[in-house]
Design a protein around this ligand. Structure first.
Ligand code: NDP
Length: 331
């Protein structure tokens, strides 16, 4: 048996293509002391991986050329040299775009063997990093109050879909922004947002119609033209949870930005955040989110693609909005 891996072959100048990835077969990893041998069952594909392909200063180191692409996995334990794990256990860990790995037990989070009422893949999405990101951004930075107008971009996605549902539970009027009629219908009818606007149309006009009184909280996932339409419509003392700007991740050089003087004029609080700086939020969200999922009070959608070999093409599509829901590779 061998270990299939997807490596970073070259650094993209702007849009990544298949030529920036290389698929190889390597020897099966051998677990050492304190380690477990993992068979990866699901791989999470997330927008942040585009940043890891660049060799620029960031909050995390880049993937080295020839290195295995980084990513979170849900995996099954095949063999254990760690007291805390036994064969047949399910775990989550940052194990990369590959079929198998040997990991130290201390780097893994144990998951319920039967999934605990949700599919195991949900620990990469709604109950994993993206769901926790939504929880931190809404509760710690957006600080919504009943009656607030809460706008969230990439609203059908892994982070945005959860962020809007949490804001609804805080009594906000929640307006999503998404690309295309089908995503907008899903956000409104299935996730229960009050409205969802298509950013492919005249977004400025649609925002004026949907929130004539302005916006109190903006959960920013997209940047670019969507941000330009939202910022001037913020109300005084609004809050912006500045989570990401996926629309700009393939753009080099960066285009001139919107006029940020609105931050001053409206006395807005804008705070960028990285979910990994909030370790205490993870168990809180996992418990709260799981309870809402059990009650049917929280919905999620996965976009599952089969096979590690499909990961590069699926990731390229993520940066262009071709995914509909949390993008997961099933191995
Ligand atoms: P999604 O599952 O939402 O996928 C990305 C979505 O972004 C696409 O489906 C598409 O939706 C939208 N998009 C892509 N390109 C454009 C574009 N040019 N213009 C407008 N929309 C576009 O991703 P996630 O939910 O995982 O991530 C959302 C954001 O959150 C990203 O910016 C990501 O980097 C950030 N993030 C930040 C974290 C943190 O700790 N700060 C942690 C996790 C994520 P549509 O078709 O609807 O436009």
């Amino acid at each position: 048996m061998s270990n299939p891996q997807i490596l970073l072959k070259a650094r993209p100048k702007d849009r990544p293509g298949p030529e920036h990835f290389e698929r190889v077969e390597t020897a099966m990893p051998v677990p050492g002391r304190g380690e477990v041998l993992l068979r990866h069952r699901f791989l999470s594909l997330d927008p942040y991986m585009r940043g890891r392909m660049d060799d620029t200063a960031s909050y995390a180191a880049p993937v080295p050329l020839g290195g295995v692409m980084e990513g979170e996995c849900v995996a099954e334990v095949l063999e254990s040299h760690h007291d805390g794990f036994a064969p047949g256990d399910w775990v989550r860990g940052a194990r990369g775009w590959q079929g198998f790995s040997a990991a130290h037990g201390s780097s893994l989070v144990k998951l319920p063997k039967d999934g605990g009422g949700v599919p195991h893949s949900a620990y990469l999405g709604v109950l994993g990093m993206p769901g926790t990101t939504a929880w931190v951004g809404v509760t710690e930075i957006g600080r919504p109050k009943p009656g607030d107008v809460f706008v969230v971009s990439a609203a059908s996605g892994a982070v945005g879909g959860v962020a809007g549902q949490i804001a609804k539970k805080y009594g906000c009027r929640v307006i999503g922004i998404a690309g295309g009629a089908e995503k907008c219908r899903y956000v409104k009818e299935e996730l229960g947002f009050d409205d969802c606007l298509d950013h492919r149309g005249d977004l400025a006009r649609a925002l004026d119609a949907a929130c004539p009184e302005g916006i109190d909280v903006y959960f920013e996932n997209v940047g670019g033209a969507v941000q330009e339409a939202v910022l001037p419509r913020m109300r005084a003392f609004g809050r912006i949870a500045f989570c990401g700007t996926v629309a700009t991740y393939n753009t080099r050089p960066l285009p001139p930005g919107p006029n940020l003087s609105v931050l001053v004029r409206r006395k807005l609080m804008l705070q960028g955040f990285i979910v990994s700086d909030h370790p205490n939020a993870w168990p809180v969200w996992r418990e709260r989110g799981a309870a809402w999922l059990r009650d049917g009070a929280l919905k999620f959608r996965e976009h599952v693609v089969d096979g590690l070999d499909q990961a590069p093409e699926a990731f390229i599509g993520l940066l262009e909005g071709r995914n509909f829901g949390k993008l997961i590779i099933r191995l």
